[in-house]
Design a protein around this ligand. Structure first.
Ligand SMILES: Nc1ncnc2c1ncn2[C@@H]1O[C@H](COP(=O)(O)OP(=O)(O)OP(=O)(O)O)[C@@H](O)[C@H]1O
Ligand SMILES: [Mg+2]
Length: 236
């Protein structure tokens, strides 16, 4: 049974239907990518899964339980955490306090401390800058903090919305490497990227969204060679 099963997901913003019956699944231990151009509905899909955007219709089954009725904090407790598009850090709080904000659903100081150490081991630069205000960090460093904050919830499924956006190539490589290391330790990942090449390299399976619908899906590597995907998303 897949870890996450999404069926017939629909989300509206007033009269605009941004997500029109999207379905996909994630097996435990997989990296799954959602690719697609601007406005395709990728972020809306992630926000609907996280419970910060209401559904018009659809089912979300995670680890055998239906989530669509649960508020966002309950979904975090069940093991889904989102690192949102644009990072959304508290700029005037320290890096450490931003990280701890991600752990509010975690009971007990020991697991919190242990997870913090794991985040610092994954991103040594975040450790170096833990006492700085988050707003003073570079974009790439802030992205690491945003991922770290999501990890502080000790998720089973980590959702990353555009982790490479606006970041220098060298730092993108570091973040991609971190995603791979997390996955090698068993973390499942739902990755949203406009950088389709990066996403398809990292993903076991990928789905392309257009105008709120899945238009292609397949193995990550296979889609790198798919003529439609190459033309539409890889610029070749
Ligand atoms: N809060 C909102 N209110 C109204 N419309 C919205 C809102 N957020 C997104 N939309 C619209 O919903 C559609 C899907 O947007 P969404 O942000 O999910 O796309 P996306 O695939 O993440 O795009 P991008 O790659 O630019 O981040 C777009 O037409 C967008 O303009
Ligand atoms: Mg988006």
């Amino acid at each position: 049974m897949p870890m996450l099963e999404v069926e017939g997901l629909r989300v509206r913003y007033g009269s605009l239907e941004a997500v029109k019956g999207v379905g996909f699944h994630i097996d435990e231990g997989q990296v799954v990518a959602l690719i697609g151009s601007n406005g395709a509905g990728k972020s809306t899909t992630l926000r609907a899964l996280a419970g910060v955007q209401p559904l018009a219709a659809g089912r979300i089954r995670f680890l055998g339980q239906e989530l669509q009725q649960l508020p966002a904090d309950q979904r975090v407790r069940r093991g889904i955490a989102l690192s949102p598009e644009g990072r959304r850090l508290f700029a005037r709080m320290t890096v450490l306090d931003n990280l701890l904000a991600g752990a509010h659903a975690v009971r007990g100081a020991a697991p919190r401390r242990e997870t913090l150490d794991e985040v610092f081991a994954l991103f040594p630069r975040v450790h170096e800058r833990r006492q700085q205000l988050a707003g003073s960090l570079s974009g790439g460093e802030q992205q690491m903090v945003a991922i770290g904050r999501a990890l502080m919830a000790r998720p089973r499924l980590l959702m990353l919305d555009e982790p490479s956006l606006g970041i220098a190539p060298k730092v993108v490589a570091e973040i991609a490497d971190a995603v791979q290391r997390l996955n090698q330790r068993g973390m499942s990942v739902l990755l949203v990227e406009q950088n389709a090449r990066l996403a398809l390299r990292l993903a076991h399976h990928a789905y392309a969204l257009e105008h709120g619908e899945v238009v292609v899906q397949g193995r990550g590597e296979a889609l790198l060679d798919d003529p439609f995907v190459r033309k539409a998303y890889l610029g070749v």
